[in-house]
Design a protein around this ligand. Sequence first.
Ligand code: GUN
Ligand code: FE
Length: 415
Amino acid sequence: MDISRGNIVYSKSREKIAVHQNCYISVENGIVNGIYDTLPEEFTALPVTDFGDSVIIPAFSDLHVHAPQYPQRGLGMDLLLADWLNTYTFPQEAKFSDMDYARAVYDAFLDDLIANGTMHAVFGTIHRQSVEYLAGQMEKRGFRALIGKVNMDMNSPDYLCETAGESVRETEEFLADCAGNQYAKPIITPRFAPTCSKKLLDGLGKLAAKYGVGLQTHLVESKWEAAEAKRLFPDCSCDTEIYEKAGLMDHGPVVAAHFIFPSEEDIRILKKYDGCAVHCPDATVNVIAGITPVSALAKQGMNLALGSDIAGGHLPGTYTQAARAVQFSKLKWFYEGNDNEVVTFANAFYMATKEGGSLFGNVGSLEPGYVFDALVIRDFSDPFRRITPAETVERFCYTGTAADITARFMNGRRL
Ligand code: GUN
Ligand code: FE
């Protein structure tokens, strides 16, 4: 049993942040056991790690991040999606056929995610061997992930394009190799409709059924992409139906990056499979041009989460995206009104922790029974104003950096 003391803050629900000021949290075998105002008799002989005025929060979940794009973050941010992909992203991702390069980048990438308090993530890269290396490193560290080998067999440059047959074979090998993983679990990852043939998607659908795995892709992410999806798949009424028809949505979690311009049909289908729409605020203003209708989707009962979308987004911490989700919701409400009410900080923190974490099990909260993946944030009070623990969390998301995270726990183990 390990016991820490401090100000404990976590999300209870979309609307409510729970605060336990100057309390104790006990952790057994990596799982939260209880939170107490005063230490129960049976624990009083045990050592306590005292974090003083600091705040203990759950680690963050990044539900959409491109590991191989890590070296290009903050570059080409004045381009829009198609030009950005062709000019920056595809040449960058092609480098991951080189395992030495892949190992160096992925080690640094994983270190930076953890430094920034992200301990659960969903992502993909095209080259099987390099993805397997990353999955192996995550598995070794106890980093929870849904990780995929990206598929693309058309409208892609020769140096980053597979045949449908090759892509399906490599994916099957990846699924088989990762099937026994405890932390880094495989997910099928067709890049997006414009780069995937029907033959490829049908092949992947068969693998989803055979291996019992889910789907991640970019879904109705831009007006251009949504129009391309309809043009290339004329027998589908919307982008989401392409994946439903291929049998990719009913065998595991469905993670839909962006979901910025969904039709009623897109929403109906994603909800039918209990899918999760991932808002990546920085990426949407950097290269996509649109803002996920978070409040409107929440009202319709959609599962939501946040993502950094490195390197469409330029920052490695999900906490920054919680602040951006609030900021950008005001623009959406101002320009569009309708159901696009302002996202509160409590809503955003929930998406970044408990709601996003739910894809990985009992993850993303500090309630008893949850995995103790946690961060200690320094008190953000200054000499001019004492602020509450919940305010410290908000101020950290707006103004903090990795340096403000003074301790990290993964599966109950201090890093
Ligand atoms: N759509 C297809 N590929 C990508 C990508 O790498 N990043 C983003 N943001 N959108 C995409
Ligand atoms: Fe993306």
